[in-house]
Design a binder for this molecule. Structure first.
Ligand code: WT7
Length: 632
């Protein structure tokens, strides 16, 4: 029987071995830690060809009973959620498990009245306010499939996502706070759903007291709807393999795809990984700074911590408001014990100087975490030394939207730490490296494409509405393997160092964008004839966005045009995908078959123009010199 809680290196070894030798027995004993209305008949059926993966077959459950109801007896008065507002002068709010349970039930009752039932898709486009947590859990309570869209996405991006998954309800707010700014939200929804005929109702949370347009018969104020609702709501019985949520993420081609996660496996895996990676203790206060609009927020602000009866903190604001000491002020204010953030945040705070950190005690901290992109050694040491005072283990957690939960990471206080290395796979995760042909690369001190050869409970089941795309993207490169899209090294002791994406995906501040997606946005601008986008190393963001643009006749290649192009990207995707550099060129390096040689463009963007390799196969080799000379 595997121990649910790994407490030392020997436990890790034993669990890992068991998970490889007897995966079903291993996962059965992990899954037994949760409340099932009916136990599963069979643990696993799978093939990576179709792909078709099912976990805990015929098991019945509702994840919110595991996140909320089952804690009421022992932890009813324990704080489940601490909400810290954008403005430190506003009061924070603390919800006990009992209070959170009743808020979720009341929201679920509102949704039910609006006609939401099991299997319906609901789009949640909300800032980081408590109602976002209530909305996610209320959907799960009713068996409605939530699709949370990060509130920084633009009209087009939102409309695409609403349409792709056929949402009939959108939950939103009048506006949002972001540092010193207030930004409209509801008006974005209004514009988006002009092209989404399936949307019947819009539920609006009042955050800013703004006098917004409410459309009769369609738009409903949440606080008004709420006043009629009681605080109990029966949870809908779900099958293990019923869909829990859709979350859109970018790939190397086409529009963002809806990654689908299902109820049983996702629950088991995120609870298990939260408990073990952070080594959560009953009285700990845990804070993950991600936005719930991304997978990190789904798995490690809401579901993982609540499954384990933890106290989870949710922060509305930004790291630099009112000053770059805000994170540290919040840690002291709430006596945070575990702190999970992104390398980009660390690097930007590093740049503001260490005094902001030294102004706070941070003595409550016990565990630090990092997620979203490789953390460079300098940032690792700064974080470990100045935030963790050299006494807190720092776990570098590698995973993806598609994996649902953390896959490769140290376990806090148990594993050895090596800066810039994610570490060993968790028990239950069978990683390997392969070469171009898909042959396994064994041994240590080796590099290859990172793949996974055995299913794990929270893995992607499909891409919404397009299963073939799921097969193509993750399961077709290498036979019988899940391909992550990342390159990695395996070092001494079997620990992994993640190098980064090997496909046309750029990781900007821990957010994924496809180069094609950004090019498409740039090309919306009428002055643009063609564009090519690549990533380049950026001190704060990890990767920046470098765009090469061919303008049409008569367009002037000046900063005004650059601003217009940036505006197109903001309009089409959102501020987070703004290009950092735009270079106007008269042509692009293409092969005779018309394929853009991104390798060359990447080198130039990186500033490495000395070794551009063989350019003789290009249609117009001279263009390379022109581009290299005009480099920004
Ligand atoms: C991609 C997944 C996992 C939640 C946030 C991002 C990169 C993620 C690490 C890490 C090196 C990392 C990978 C991965 N990545 N964590 N600790 N070290 N790289 O989720 O948007 O699905 O992006 O982020 O390239 O494939 P995502």
């Amino acid at each position: 029987m595997a121990n649910f809680k790994i407490q030392n290196k020997a436990d890790y070894e034993q669990s890992f071995q068991e998970s490889v030798n007897q995966p079903e027995a291993f996962w059965n004993s992990i899954a037994d830690n949760y409340t099932w209305r009916k136990k599963w008949d069979k643990t696993l059926e799978w093939n990576f060809t179709d792909p078709d993966v099912k976990w805990f077959i015929n098991g019945k459950l509702n994840i919110t009973e595991n996140c909320l109801d089952r804690h009421l007896e022992q932890r009813g008065n324990k704080i489940a959620l601490i909400w810290e507002p954008n403005d430190p002068k506003e009061m924070s709010i603390r919800y006990t498990y009992r209070e959170l349970h009743s808020h979720v039930c009341r929201m679920a009752n509102v949704l039910k009245k609006l006609g939401v039932t099991k299997g319906d898709r609901v789009c949640i486009y909300l800032p980081m306010i408590p109602e976002l947590a209530f909305a996610v859990l209320a959907c799960a309570r009713l068996g409605a499939v939530h699709s949370v869209v990060f509130a920084g996405f633009s009209v087009n991006a939102l409309a695409d996502r609403i349409q792709d998954s056929g949402c009939k309800l959108v939950i939103t707010s009048d506006g949002l706070n972001r540092g010193a700014k207030q930004i409209p939200v509801k008006s974005v929804v209004d514009e988006a759903i002009a092209s989404c005929p399936l949307v019947e109702k819009v539920l609006v949370v009042n955050r800013l007291n703004w006098p917004i347009q409410m459309k009769d018969g369609r738009d409903i104020w949440y606080h008004e709807a709420l006043s009629h609702e009681g605080d109990s709501c029966q949870a809908t019985e779900m099958d293990s393999e019923d869909q829990l949520f859709i979350l859109y993420t970018s790939g190397s081609t086409g529009k963002p795809k809806g990654v689908v996660h299902t109820c049983g496996g996702y629950m088991v895996y995120v609870g298990y990984t939260f408990q073990n990676v952070f080594q959560y203790n009953e009285s700990d206060i845990y804070w993950c700074t991600a936005d719930i609009g991304w997978i990190t927020g789904h798995s490690y602000i809401l579901y993982g911590p609540l499954l384990q009866g933890a106290t989870t903190l949710m922060f509305e604001g930004v790291p630099t408001f009112p000053d770059p000491g805000r994170f540290w002020q919040v840690i002291d204010k709430h006596s945070v014990n575990s702190f999970y953030t992104a390398p980009t945040a660390i690097r930007s705070l590093m740049a503001s100087g260490v005094d902001h950190v030294l102004a706070y005690s941070l003595h409550s901290l016990k565990v630090l975490g990092s997620v979203g992109e490789p953390i460079n050694e300098e940032a690792w040491h700064w974080y470990h030394t100045h935030v963790g005072k050299g006494r807190c283990p720092l776990v570098d957690t590698w995973w993806q939207t598609e994996t649902g939960g953390i896959m490769i990471s140290a376990l806090a206080g148990i594993s050895d730490l090596k800066p810039a290395h994610a570490g060993l796979p968790l028990p239950g995760i069978q990683t390997l490296l392969v070469d171009n042909e898909g042959n396994e690369i064994t041994g240590e001190g080796v590099e290859g494409y990172l793949c996974i050869k055995f299913p794990w409970p929270s893995m992607i089941r499909t891409t919404y509405g397009d299963h073939e795309r799921c097969r193509q993207t993750y399961f077709s490169n290498y036979k019988n393997l899940y391909f992550t899209g990342d390159g990695a090294r395996r070092e001494e002791g079997g620990i992994y160092r993640i190098i980064g994406r090997v496909d046309d995906v750029i990781n900007v501040s821990g957010h994924r964008f496809g180069t094609a997606e950004i090019e498409n946005a740039i090309n919306q601008n009428k002055k643009v004839v063609e564009s090519a986008v690549v990533g380049f190393p950026h001190d704060i963001k990890g990767q920046g966005i470098y765009a090469y643009v061919i303008l049409g006749e008569g367009a002037s290649n000046d900063n005004h045009t650059r601003d217009e192009i940036v505006e197109s990207v903001v309009e089409y995707i959102g501020r987070i995908a703004k290009p950092d550099k735009i270079q106007f060129v008269s042509g692009l390096p293409k092969t005779r078959s018309g394929k853009i040689m991104r390798r060359i463009l990447r080198k130039i963007a990186e500033g490495d123009t000395s070794s551009l390799g063989d350019t003789s196969t290009l249609l117009d080799p001279l263009i390379v010199d022109e581009i290299a000379n005009g480099r920004l």
